[in-house]
Design a protein around this ligand. Structure first.
Ligand code: 5GP
Ligand code: ZN
Length: 163
C-alpha cells in the first residue's frame, strides 16, 4: 500500500525518478543515493510501503535481505570496493530520514577510516552486571514475530541510564 506522503513510494509509482537505478523487479527497487557517502552508495527498498523493518513479516524481511546480499556483491564488484557496509535505520532516533524501509549498501575502501561502528557511535563501556541485566531484558523482549510499540519520547530505561 503506497503512502501518499512518502518520497520512496513516489519513486515506486514513477512520480519522481531516481537519478540512477541499479535494480528493479516486481517487488523491489535499488538506486544510487542522492547524497552518496561513497561512489556506488546504493539504497534498496521494497515497493510495498513499510515504515521500518520491525513492521515487516519475518519472511518478507528475509527475502529483502537476500536481495541486499546479492546487490552487495554487485556493488562490491562494480566499484572494486575493499569492503561493504550494510546499514539499516529504524525510527528517527537511529537517524532514519525517510520513513520507508530501506537498506544502505555502501562501498568501503582501505584508504578511508575509521571503518567500523565508531563512525556512528562511540564505545560505552559497561560493567558486567549491567550487561547481564540488559541481556535478560532483551531475552524477555519478545518472540519470533515480536509486536512492538512505536517509540515514545521517553528517556532511556533506568537499567542503563548512566551510559
Ligand atoms: P536514512 O537516513 O533514512 O536511513 O537514509 C535515507 C537516504 O535516502 C539518505 O542517504 C538520502 O540521501 C537518500 N535519499 C533521500 N531522498 C532521495 C531521493 O529523492 N533520491 C535518492 N536517490 N536518494 C534519496
Ligand atoms: Zn513509502
Amino acid at each position: 500500500m503506497a503512502d501518499q506522503e512518502c518520497i520512496f513510494c513516489a519513486m515506486v509509482a514513477g512520480k519522481i525518478q531516481p537519478a540512477a537505478k541499479v535494480y528493479e523487479d516486481g517487488e523491489y527497487l535499488a538506486f544510487l543515493d542522492i547524497n552518496p557517502r561513497n561512489p556506488g552508495h546504493t539504497i534498496v527498498i521494497t515497493k510495498k510501503h513499510y515504515e521500518v523493518v520491525l513492521d515487516m513479516p519475518e519472511k518478507e524481511a528475509g527475502k529483502l535481505f537476500e536481495l541486499v546480499k546479492r546487490l552487495s556483491v554487485s556493488v562490491k564488484n562494480g566499484t572494486q570496493a575493499d569492503g561493504i557496509s550494510i546499514l539499516q535505520n529504524n525510527y528517527r532516533a537511529s537517524g532514519q530520514a525517510v520513513p520507508h524501509i530501506h537498506f544502505h549498501v555502501i562501498p568501503r575502501f582501505n584508504s578511508e577510516g575509521p571503518p567500523a561502528l565508531e563512525t556512528i557511535l562511540s564505545v560505552k563501556r559497561m560493567p558486567e552486571d549491567v550487561l547481564k541485566k540488559i541481556a535478560e531484558s532483551i531475552k524477555s523482549g519478545g518472540g519470533s514475530e515480536p509486536k512492538h510499540e512505536k517509540p515514545k519520547e521517553t528517556k532511556k530505561k533506568d537499567l542503563f541510564e548512566d551510559f
